[in-house]
Ligand binder design. Structure first.
Ligand code: SOE
Length: 377
């Protein structure tokens, strides 16, 4: 970590990765001064990648002062290291940064394997730096409102948690091969890519009420066994799942039903969660992220609440109630909370410890699928 990490100096940021997540987090950093004036000042110091031409373009567009092709040259030179690389690059750079006392925000899933996640969890525990995992859907105002209803007892005792994350960017068998198809790089397919979000979101929403997962039965499916590699024009094997499903028993006795697919034709980024209890229910869909369906008290059915009002913890930062937010705002909220924790020496959630617990569930689904039986956690 550089020696400028006092509360008055700007936080210097190094970022590994400049494609999709690099753009999402860089956009968030650029929004903070205008919409969250009490956020820490940030210097976008160095962006890291392999393709020097694409990297120079990204540095220019995202506002980074320097570029580097080796993360080893960056992790101990900045205050904050964003690890947005492919999953197989999550462990080593994050551990090296934490060992250097550099704060780390790492994209999900924490690692391709449980062993890698354990190494990252332990490095964070041994460091004074802040280590967070970028489960951005926790930062949707409607999810925060839903959490308030659950914790406030408005739903009563929880019986069901049902989470579904459906996409269709791989529905076409000719959709190109990417690193996300390779188990050695990604660790898993839909399970770790989008299932990780679902397990984290369920834990965030009802974990206090239903307790830990006691056991689960998981299933993985690969529908397309090989895909065209755009670089070589050859067919490459797909060694991860296109879809997963899991039945979950929680400590409280509540039932969990989880499903994720990247071949669900007609669904783009359809992450939805429903919670049913003795007093009421909630339903949320990311494709309508400003709304929460609520059924509580004597209501005969669900009411659709537009959560861009005083219940929204970030409404003061943006626009008047009813002026809707989008997917990218969740990254702004997440970065605001993370960088504030870094500046003020606070805690950030989700931590590497929490992300490790998600990785335990991913690993359990894989073991259950291999054995064809329920797995105890
Ligand atoms: C691809 O499935 C993906 O980009 C995920 O990797 C992200 O985490 C999710 O937010 C959107 O879909």
């Amino acid at each position: 970590m550089s020696d400028t990490n006092s509360t008055s100096d700007p936080l210097t940021v190094g970022m590994l990765g400049y494609r999709f997540m690099g753009k999402a987090h860089s956009n968030a950093l650029s929004r903070l001064p205008m919409f969250f004036p009490d956020a820490p000042d940030v210097v976008r110091h160095t962006i890291v990648g392999r393709d020097e031409e694409a990297l120079a373009d990204a540095a220019d567009r995202y506002g980074f002062e320097h570029t580097a092709t080796d993360w080893r040259d960056v992790v101990d030179e900045v205050d904050v290291f964003y690890n947005l690389g492919p999953n197989h690059l999550h462990v080593e750079p994050s551990v090296a940064a934490l060992e250097a006392g550099t704060n780390v925000l790492c994209e999900k899933p924490l690692a391709p394997t449980l062993d890698g996640a354990e190494e990252m969890r332990d490095a964070a525990a041994a460091s004074d730096a802040v280590a967070g995992c970028a489960f951005n859907y926790r930062f949707v105002p409607a999810i925060r409102y839903a959490r308030g209803l659950v914790d406030g007892g408005d739903l009563g005792e929880i019986s069901h948690v049902r989470v579904r994350y459906l996409q269709d960017w791989l529905a076409d068998p000719e959709a190109p091969w990417t690193w996300r198809m390779d188990e050695d790089i990604a660790g898993s397919g839909a399970l770790g890519d989008i299932g990780a979000h679902s397990f984290d979101l369920a834990g965030f929403l009802v974990g206090e009420q239903v307790g830990d997962v006691e056991r689960l039965s998981g299933h993985l499916r690969t529908f397309t066994e090989e895909r065209p590699d755009p670089d070589s024009n050859e067919e490459r094997p797909v060694t991860v799942d296109d879809a997963y499903s899991a039945q979950v028993d929680f400590e409280s006795g509540a039932m969990g039903t989880f499903e994720g697919s990247r071949v669900a034709n007609g669904h783009k980024n359809d992450h939805s969660i429903a919670v049913h209890g003795t007093e009421g229910s909630i339903r949320f869909s990311l494709e309508r992220l400003n709304e929460l369906e609520v059924k509580t008290g004597d209501a005969r059915g669900y009411e659709t609440v537009m959560v861009t009002d005083e219940s929204d913890p970030y409404v003061e930062a943006w626009w008047p109630p009813g002026h809707v937010l989008g997917w990218e705002h969740t990254f702004v909220h997440e970065n605001y909370e993370f960088l504030t924790a870094v500046r003020d020496g606070g805690e950030f959630s989700p931590s590497f410890e929490e992300a490790y617990e998600v990785q335990r569930l991913l690993d359990a689904v894989q073991r259950s699928d291999e054995r064809g039986e329920w797995v105890d956690l």
